[in-house]
Write a protein that binds this ligand. Sequence first.
Ligand SMILES: Cc1cc2nc3c(=O)[nH]c(=O)nc-3n(C[C@H](O)[C@H](O)[C@H](O)COP(=O)(O)OP(=O)(O)OC[C@H]3O[C@@H](n4cnc5c(N)ncnc54)[C@H](O)[C@@H]3O)c2cc1C
Length: 380
Amino acid sequence: MKRSLPFDSEHEIFRKTFRDYVEKEIVPFYEQWEAEGIVPREAYKKMGQQGFLCPWAEEEYGGARADFLYSVIICEEFCRRSITSFFTFLHSDIVAPYIATFASDEQKACWLPGCVSGDTILAVAMTEPGAGSDLAAMRTRAVKDGNDFIINGSKTFISNGILADLIIVAAKTDPGAGNKGVSLFVVERDTPGFERGKQISKIGMHAQDTAELFFDDCRISSFNLLGKEGQGFVYLMQKLQQERLMAAIMNQGMAERCLELALDYVKERSLFGKTLSKFQNTQFTLAEVATEIQVGRTFIDQLILQHIAGNNIVHEVSMAKYWICEMANRAATRCLQLFGGYGYCSEYEISRLFTDTRVQTIYAGTSEIMKVIISRGLGL
Ligand SMILES: Cc1cc2nc3c(=O)[nH]c(=O)nc-3n(C[C@H](O)[C@H](O)[C@H](O)COP(=O)(O)OP(=O)(O)OC[C@H]3O[C@@H](n4cnc5c(N)ncnc54)[C@H](O)[C@@H]3O)c2cc1C
């Protein structure tokens, strides 16, 4: 079915260029990165040199002022080759937009060029050991001291936690003020009092470094306060629409890749004198998976259009984050089953999609939290 997104010839040229880049510069190295549990810094720099990081950024910071469809293309092309834990979409489309939106001109001039070139890698740190879904329970404190702030506390599960040079950290500046007492700070690598903990070992997303972060009397200048003091929670909520939309776009791509791999495999695998594709169970399974994927595709493309138009679609994006991530998990499980024992072997791409889809219903807001938001929108 023809997609409803307005991709023009320049988008298509970009897609082809990026597809070739992925084939040449990423696919041959990706297994090694997965084994090492981290992507080399040079991979970010190479992406930056080619204009594949923060393509939306203003020209004065080195960007191309490209529209959101370019970010969509990058995400889709990564998924097309199951490159799911080289987390440039977190860098480009989730964290950098905080700087672009809430930083002063001086801060932008200081930080954004490095984000675009890939010299600076980004992370965002909200979650704490005692505060995940219940973000308001965060205990990390930032106390004003003259022209500085002193941060104490810890964060966990931070994607890019090892690689990151700049981390947007949510901390309470006024613990008595509830959500109005949260502020965002940009903590730079090597700031005294800031330490990274061990890299967290995970069942999937191996090339994505996930880490704990510790702040022990970590002194930062008030220059590193992002936006206004006390507005951190509002800023986080404002940016969640794009974060969750990106998660849904990625999961749609992962589900589509699962189907593609399964379709190829069942046509090749022979048993009981015919190919696996000739069994009705296979046909019905893949018919169901394909139908769900088409429903997801139609929905997500509509949301991308609405997002580009600047509409508030938090309710619908929560539905997409919930349903498409769950759908991608169903697709990965059902497609893997068709591979039999081979599906359980790491060298088969489907196994990576199986483990990498599993976390998608957990991070960026769990499926349950999405349902809480959706039901609120229903007036419940
Ligand atoms: C690989 C990975 C990468 C991550 N990257 C980042 C990152 O870069 N930055 C960052 O800040 N965080 C990151 N996270 C953290 C992630 O966002 C949290 O794990 C997530 O928000 C859930 O929080 P939690 O783990 O504390 O679980 P909990 O909040 O303790 O939830 C436990 C269970 O309770 C359910 N639950 C919670 N509240 C409700 C409710 N009201 N009603 C019904 N059920 C509920 C949840 O859905 C879940 O099933 C990452 C996590 C992982 C695993």
